[in-house]
Design a protein around this ligand. Structure first.
Ligand SMILES: Nc1ncnc2c1ncn2[C@@H]1O[C@H](COP(=O)(O)OP(=O)(O)OP(=O)(O)O)[C@@H](O)[C@H]1O
Ligand SMILES: [Mg+2]
Length: 479
């Protein structure tokens, strides 16, 4: 059964139960009231008639002469009057013709008469055996010594209970009728109410269905600030989180496959070149003293390149998987810088580039970090500066100290980097000029590694450049 139907059914059932209870209680109360009232009235009337018989104002005539007087007294009251002799014989009855009185049963044993003999007004409710209708009876004894027929006899009044019962039934009917209307109104009112409850639930289930099919864009329109509303909010938030997560996973997957494509591409170049030179040598060039050395040298250069590339790849995957362990400690910076610059000097000399260290810091200035990794940063930056500067240019390494950090910069007078590339050079495999980079042996991993290492030291890395004038990379280390 639908929730909506169930809510409506509950409302209607509750209404019907409430009506049944109201109807039962009200009709019981009314019946009680009417019965008490009728009994009191009839008791008063029968006592009054008894007094009048006892006083001789009223009497019964065996020949029937008094019948019309008695009838005219009983009828307006809506009662049936019966006069019964001491022996139980019926002397008169407003509802029975005089010539039929002889056929009537002896009334001596009637409950109201038996009660009357005990000196009170006796009452009883039952179906009349004479006229077959439900009656309330009230009887009392008459004492009139002058009238031998009536003395010790009884006057009895009977009042039909039908009309009272009919009134009760009418009230009951009215209650049910009103109740029915109320039940219908309830049913009608429960429909929009039930819909208000079920609509957001329908929204939620629709959304869950859509999510099952993989559509995470669906959101539940927020209805009310109630429990269902807060459920909807929770589910919407959940969907937001899920789609963000999935988006991130997709992006990661994209980056991963791009990375894989780049790697295979980069590996292929040196391998193919090596293969080419070696094949040429095998095909006979090995015996040609004019080229064999040159070809072997070139093959060797590509093997070296392959080695650097693989080392860089291992490095970067280690960094990105979080496997790279840093061992931070304090070490003297001036000595460190001098050492790195001297190591790079042969490379600069080979290209006829002047390499200068400008270090105004005292000998004992220390920085806090992983010395080996920071050396890698320096080597990468100086290597780039030499690679992308034409012979005759210069590369300057500088250190500037603050209270809590040292800023180290590597500046060159090289080709510079155009504005639009500056934001991307730290990405893996990104190279401004692919051909020139490859020529000088670059794969675009150096700066990505630099960035990772500087960030692992909580430092900042920045670059300033002007095309044709030169470039300056700076990074900070904590003191
Ligand atoms: N000092 C510089 N002057 C001009 N361009 C530079 C300089 N340093 C880096 N670049 C540009 O940024 C790109 C990325 O540098 P990165 O060090 O990451 O790669 P690479 O030097 O080409 O290769 P690798 O360092 O992996 O051998 C370079 O290809 C180059 O185009
Ligand atoms: Mg580089």
């Amino acid at each position: 059964m639908k929730l909506r139907t169930r809510i409506a059914a509950t409302y209607v059932t509750l209404t019907i139960v409430a009506i049944a209870i109201v109807s039962m209680i009200s009709s019981w109360q009314i019946r009680q009231f009417l019965e008490k009232r009728d009994e009191a009235t009839l008791t008063a009337q029968v006592s009054m008639f008894a007094e009048q018989f006892s006083a001789g104002i009223l009497h019964v005539d065996p020949s029937g002469g008094s019948d019309s007087t008695l009838s005219s007294l009983a009828h307006p009251l809506g009662t049936r009057m019966t006069l019964i002799g001491r022996d139980g014989r019926v002397l008169f009855d407003t509802n029975v013709p005089r010539d039929s009185l002889g056929f009537l049963e002896n009334h001596k044993g009637r409950p109201e008469l038996r009660a009357a003999r005990r000196g009170r007004v006796g009452t009883d409710v039952r179906e009349s055996r004479t006229v077959h209708e439900d009656f309330l009876y009230a009887a009392t004894q008459i004492h009139v010594p002058s009238d031998s027929l009536l003395d010790g006899g009884y006057v009895r009044l009977a009042f039909p209970t039908g009309p009272s019962r009919a009134l009760v039934s009418r009230v009951q009917m009215m209650v049910w009728l009103v109740g029915l209307v109320v039940a219908l109104c309830m049913a009608a009112a429960s429909i929009p109410l039930a819909r208000r409850i079920t609509r957001p639930l329908q929204g939620i289930s629709k959304m869950a269905e859509a999510m099952t099919k993989g559509d995470l864009r669906v959101r539940i329109p927020l209805a009310a600030q109630d429990e269902v509303g807060s459920l909807a909010t929770t589910i919407n938030t959940m969907a937001d989180t899920l789609s963000t997560d999935i988006e991130r996973l997709r992006k990661l997957e994209r980056v991963r496959s791009e990375f894989l494509a780049n790697v295979s591409h980069e590996l292929r170049t040196p391998i193919f070149s090596m293969q080419g030179f070696l094949e040429t040598l095998i095909d006979g060039a090995v015996d040609d003293p004019a080229v064999n050395r040159e070809f072997l040298g070139k093959a060797h250069k590509h093997a070296e390149r392959l080695n650097t590339l693989l080392n860089d790849l291992i490095e970067i995957s280690r960094i990105e998987s979080g496997d790279m362990k840093m061992s931070h400690r304090y070490f003297a910076l001036p000595e460190f810088l001098a050492h790195v610059v001297e190591e790079m000097r042969p490379e600069a000399d080979r290209k006829n580039i002047s390499l200068t260290l400008l270090n105004p810091l005292p000998e004992d200035v220390e920085v806090f970090g992983d010395k080996e990794r920071l050396k890698q940063v320096m080597v990468n930056l100086i290597d780039n500066a030499i690679k992308y500067t034409d012979p005759g240019g210069s590369v300057t390494v500088r250190a500037v100290a603050d209270a809590d950090k040292v800023t180290i910069s590597v500046a060159d007078t090289g080709c510079g980097i155009a504005e639009e590339h500056l934001g991307r050079i730290f990405e893996r495999f990104y190279r401004v000029d692919k051909d020139r980079s490859r020529e000088v042996g670059g794969t675009g991993l150096g700066l990505a590694i630099v960035k990772h290492i500087v960030e692992a030291h909580d430092g900042t890395l920045s670059v300033k450049s002007a095309v044709g004038k030169g470039t300056e990379f700076s990074f900070t280390v904590k003191r």
